[in-house]
Design a protein around this ligand. Structure first.
Ligand code: AHR
Length: 501
């Protein structure tokens, strides 16, 4: 049977790909922070209880932004529990996810962890049991110059320099009826969010604020966006794909649904970006200066079916190679929508729905980790529009999907990097480029099967690379490939520059 061939046409655009697409998230949820990020008493931890093996793996992912402390947990978090001497911090029951939070990992520990990773800190305020004043005090603790009460508490904790925390989420999934908080109605969310905004922005006018959007409710989105457009820097949407009853391609079908949600939401975002009225000077802080962008500040595959007493919310996900390919497709989607997506945070970073997993005093990485590393290495610069017509995968309960999923970027050195995912479990795919490009190198990730997964003992991912690929890229079944290209003619210069380092 002849190998199907796809011709890819690449059109560079002006759209910058935000580096903040490589974000992560840590929450007080099961053993994500306590037992993942930190683990006092473990021989794998530093003197201050930071798990060094986890840190090392996280550093390699080079997260650009890290979100904390929830998630749903933000609804019961009181930041003052997590400051001052660790021995006198308040212990509270974690009423959302179970267990007890001793609060040893508080704001200063979080910001220090971000600094180690080179990540921007992103904090989520408590709109349920917290107040606007408490949120503004948190801003002062983080960003205030010494000389006022809460800023001086930071100084007393050993941090004379302000933390300069720029990104603040105004609540989390406030529309969710079962969650704590009175903002399930969009009008109530808007009025409370304004109050939080005023208190926080008066404290620090330079904050970038992220407001809650609902992927499934356009009325929520239009009410919130139309009212908060003058101050809304980012609009949050969460996306968790799952297989459901749709078989192995279920998560990819769910990704198509996510794309439809973006297609509905983005025109509203544009309309509100333009029409958002200017703030009157009596607010005493400036309004939004740039267009409103999306923050996909929680995304992943999550099958939340309860799996027994030890895994009641399905949070201990074991990620297969299929899930890693889905992760690649999600990153391709972020590139496709680069004009409108400014931030994305994989939920979460360690142990819970995570690429990094601890196992006693050691740790290992899931299949998804390899794909995240792969994109982190190559994806930067500007979006390149990819056009192609690929054969469909045979139709099934997941609908009809294309065999190829792709994205591309134009890097600052003038080379293009194309990311190609062959979704077929059994067929190879040949890819050619319709313009005249010279191929510099290619790198491929694959695994023995869709259902292969990593364990502490065995990593199933196979890496291969090619220094001078031929004109056709041969993609094996279920593989992901990064191909670096230069426009023909420029190849000598780029190759020479690359050779010279
Ligand atoms: O990431 C797990 C949970 O999923 C978060 O706490 C919540 O925001 C979302 O529903």
């Amino acid at each position: 049977m002849p190998v199907p061939t796809v011709s890819l046409s690449l059109q560079p655009t002006d759209a910058e790909i935000s580096p903040l697409l490589f974000g992560h998230f840590i929450e007080f949820i099961e053993n994500c922070i306590q037992g993942g990020v930190t683990d006092s008493g473990s021989p794998a931890s530093s003197e201050t209880g930071i798990r060094l093996d986890v840190l090392e793996k996280a550093e390699k992912l080079h997260p650009a932004i890290l979100r904390f402390p929830g998630g749903t947990y933000a609804n019961i978090y009181h930041w003052m529990d997590g400051i001052g001497p660790v021995s006198s911090r308040r212990k509270r029951r974690n009423l959302i996810w179970g267990g007890i939070n001793g609060n040893a990992f508080g704001t200063a520990e979080f910001v220090s962890y971000c600094r180690k990773l080179g990540a921007e800190p992103m904090l989520c305020v408590n709109m349920a049991s917290g107040t606007a004043q408490e949120a503004a005090d948190w801003v002062e603790y983080c960003n205030g110059e010494p000389g006022t009460y809460y800023a001086d508490l930071r100084v007393a904790d050993g941090f004379p320099e302000p933390f300069h925390v720029k990104y603040w989420c105004i609540g989390n999934e406030c529309y969710a009826e079962p969650d704590l908080g009175p903002q399930h109605d969009p009008l109530r969310y808007v009025s409370d969010a304004w109050e939080f905004t005023k208190h926080m922005k008066l404290m620090d006018p330079s904050l970038k604020l992220i407001y809650v959007g609902n992927p499934l409710d356009q009325e929520w989105n239009s009410t919130v966006l139309e009212s908060l457009a003058p101050v809304c820097d980012y609009f949050s949407i969460h996306h968790y794909s799952s297989e459901g009853a749709r078989g192995p391609y279920g998560p990819f079908a769910s990704l198509q649904e996510f794309r439809s949600q973006l297609d509905t939401l983005i025109p509203l975002l544009h309309a509100c970006s333009v029409s958002g009225k200017k703030l009157s000077p009596w607010y005493r802080f400036p309004g939004r200066e740039t267009k409103i962008r999306l923050a996909i500040d929680e995304w992943n595959i999550w099958d939340s079916t309860p799996r027994g007493k030890d895994n009641p919310y399905g949070l201990k996900m074991v990620y297969t190679w299929r899930d890693a390919l889905w992760t690649a497709c999600m990153l391709n989607t972020f590139v496709e929508y680069a004009e409108d997506i400014g931030i994305a945070n994989l939920a979460q970073m360690v142990n819970v729905l995570a690429p990094i997993v601890t196992s006693g005093d050691t740790s290992f990485v899931q299949t998804t980790y390899h794909v995240l590393l792969f994109y982190r290495k190559y994806l930067q610069g500007r979006k390149v529009q990819c056009s192609f017509s690929a054969p469909p995968l045979s139709a099934g309960p997941a609908g009809t999907l294309s065999m190829l999923n792709a994205s591309a970027c134009l890097k600052t050195d003038g080379t293009i990097c194309a990311f190609l995912v062959n979704l077929s479990q059994d067929l190879p795919l040949d890819v050619t480029f319709s313009e005249n490009y010279c191929m510099l190198e290619s790198e491929v990730l694959s695994a023995p099967s869709f259902s292969a997964f990593n364990t502490p003992e065995c990593d199933v991912i196979v890496h291969s690379s090619c220094a001078n690929p031929q004109e056709t890229i041969h993609l094996g079944p279920a593989s992901v490939c990064a191909v670096c290209l230069s426009p023909a003619g420029a190849s000598d210069t780029v190759a020479q520059a690359a050779a010279m380092g």
